[in-house]
Design a protein around this ligand. Structure first.
Ligand SMILES: Cc1cc2nc3c(=O)[nH]c(=O)nc-3n(C[C@H](O)[C@H](O)[C@H](O)COP(=O)(O)OP(=O)(O)OC[C@H]3O[C@@H](n4cnc5c(N)ncnc54)[C@H](O)[C@@H]3O)c2cc1C
Length: 469
């Protein structure tokens, strides 16, 4: 019997544990598996909170169906049929600029008709195929990439809001290759983004003509997908399938060190546990704390991954008191607009059952890497600022009838310039620690799909190691 411990009960830890057990069974490895979670609940950043008929997502509100990982996991768990797809109208996304909401253009004609980007900005964007090549040997920032390929205005009004919407990040510090590796690949494969779009569209057309199934994903990168009771359904089911006794909540891991009879001893607030395999699925700063004494080199690299904090404000209103049609996904706000919020999602337009009958739910984000000071604001000040922004962006003058404010200290890891090199160095140091595997959103993607993909890789690595012991 091999002992495996997974540290962290967020989506990464729970998915890694679930796949680890499945793959160990398939490989004929007998496994004694434990998941240690610091908090009294599992889910980590995933937390669907139902209050007064509103379903507030504390963290993520879904995953995109354009990648297979989470869909496949749901199929394995037997819940694929219960998935809830976002409403079709939610593909309409907006950017607030120059005093109004602009629908994000989805094609060439709507791009030229849009007032979001000025004519000089559009002409600069149209010159994309002639942009200079990427500087050799440099981990380029998203901002440098944006200025080089698309121009300053597109950087400010398209790229920066997107980076704040996904990473709550600052494009001046984030690495293109680490945040959006596919974009960097497209540039190097096709010589530019417009060229890549044209050639990929032709390829899709060809594949359709050949009768192949081709994704016709709406919105950027797919359809947002969740469950009727919220995205926490996913982690609840994982916990349930892992079974009582496997997942131990309220059990903080305080250290990992070399074991006596087995490779590792995992120190917890309730005593030491022995393990052949340890999968650490806690955030990098927490993993650094656990590994500081055992391997200061690994801990030092993990310490260098910065995090951005965020505040999420859920506002509920009676539908008839709002004049705005709320027809779409919501909007993002470029940094230069001088607003307090990063953007607002129209949660009750995206998914059904997010608000009581006759009511709507809006979810606004504040803080992130560009405005760290906003996460220090009191609840009253958050409410005041969100109301002020909603008045400017959507003309909402009435007070909300429901308010919940959630804080995320160290919400999202920031893949800043040098992240790729840090991962490479980490990989080298981990070679000397067989049976110690790091996974989670701190390394190769923060989306739920990325976390599940990384969990699959961690489980495969873990089982291969156990088979070799
Ligand atoms: C506000 C917000 C909105 C988001 N929206 C989306 C979205 O719509 N779609 C999407 O795909 N992604 C979204 N994301 C990103 C996504 O939610 C996260 O990347 C993902 O949930 C991270 O999962 P994880 O398991 O890697 O980490 P976490 O969820 O952080 O889980 C780590 C777990 O480790 C535990 N832990 C920490 N230290 C210890 C210790 N010492 N001992 C034991 N346990 C420990 C923690 O308590 C936690 O439960 C969003 C993130 C945020 C913050």
């Amino acid at each position: 019997m091999k002992k495996a411990i997974v540290v962290g009960g967020g989506i990464s830890g729970l998915a890694a544990a679930y796949v680890l057990r499945t793959k160990a069974r398939e490989a004929g490895v007998e496994l004694d598996l434990t998941v240690l979670e610091k908090e009294e609940r599992t889910g980590g950043k995933i937390w669907s909170i139902k209050e007064e008929g509103y379903l507030c997502e504390w963290g993520p509100n879904g995953f995109l169906d354009s990648k297979p990982q989470t869909l496949d996991l749901c199929a394995d768990l037997g819940v694929r049929e219960s998935l809830l797809r976002s409403n079709d109208d939610a593909r309409k996304r907006f950017i607030f600029s120059n005093g109004m909401l602009h629908r994000l253009p989805e094609n060439g004609p709507s791009f030229f008709a849009s007032k979001l980007i000025s004519w000089p900005g559009k002409i600069r964007l149209a010159m994309e195929p002639f942009a200079p090549k990427p500087p050799a040997g440099i981990d380029e920032t998203l901002a440098a990439f944006g200025r080089r390929r698309l121009g300053k205005e597109a950087l400010e009004k398209l790229i920066s809001p997107m980076v704040s919407g996904i990473f709550a990040g600052d494009p001046e510090t984030m690495s293109l290759k680490s945040c959006f590796p596919r974009i960097a690949e497209l540039e190097s494969e096709y010589g530019g983004l417009v060229m890549a779009m044209i050639l990929l569209a032709r390829k899709k057309q060809r594949e359709r003509a050949e009768g192949k199934v081709v994704s016709s994903a709406a919105g950027p990168g797919g359809i947002l997908t969740s469950f009727r009771e919220g995205i926490q359904t996913l982690t609840n089911i994982l916990e349930e399938k892992l079974g009582n006794g496997t997942v131990v909540t309220g059990r903080e891991t305080t250290g990992i060190r070399a074991g006596k009879s087995v490779p590792y001893t995992v120190r917890t607030v309730a005593g030491d546990l022995e393990a052949d395999l340890v999968v650490v699925a806690a955030p990098s700063f927490a993993a650094a704390g656990m590994l500081r004494e055992f391997d200061p080199g690994i801990a030092g690299i993990l310490d260098d991954i910065p995090y951005a904090s965020m505040t999420v404000a859920c506002f509920g209103y009676e539908r008839e008191r709002l004049a705005h049609d709320l027809d779409g996904f919501g909007y993002l706000i470029p940094k230069g607009e001088g607003m307090s919020t990063l953007g607002t999602l129209w949660d009750s337009s995206i998914f059904e059952d997010r608000a009581p009958e006759g009511h709507v739910l809006l979810r606004s984000m504040l803080g992130g890497a560009c405005f760290p000071e906003y996460v220090e604001l009191s609840d009253e000040e958050v409410e005041r600022r969100v109301r002020e922004d909603l008045k400017t962006t959507m003309g909402i003058k009435v007070p909300p009838s429901f308010v919940r404010i959630f804080r995320h200290e160290k919400a999202i890891p920031q893949y800043t310039v040098g992240h790729g090199e840090r991962l490479r160095a980490l990989g080298e140091l981990l070679k000397a620690r067989p049976g110690l595997v790091l996974t989670g959103n701190s390394y190769r993607g923060i989306g739920l799909n990325d976390c599940v993909a990384a969990a699959n890789r961690a489980a495969e690595e873990g089982v291969a190691y156990l088979m070799g012991r």
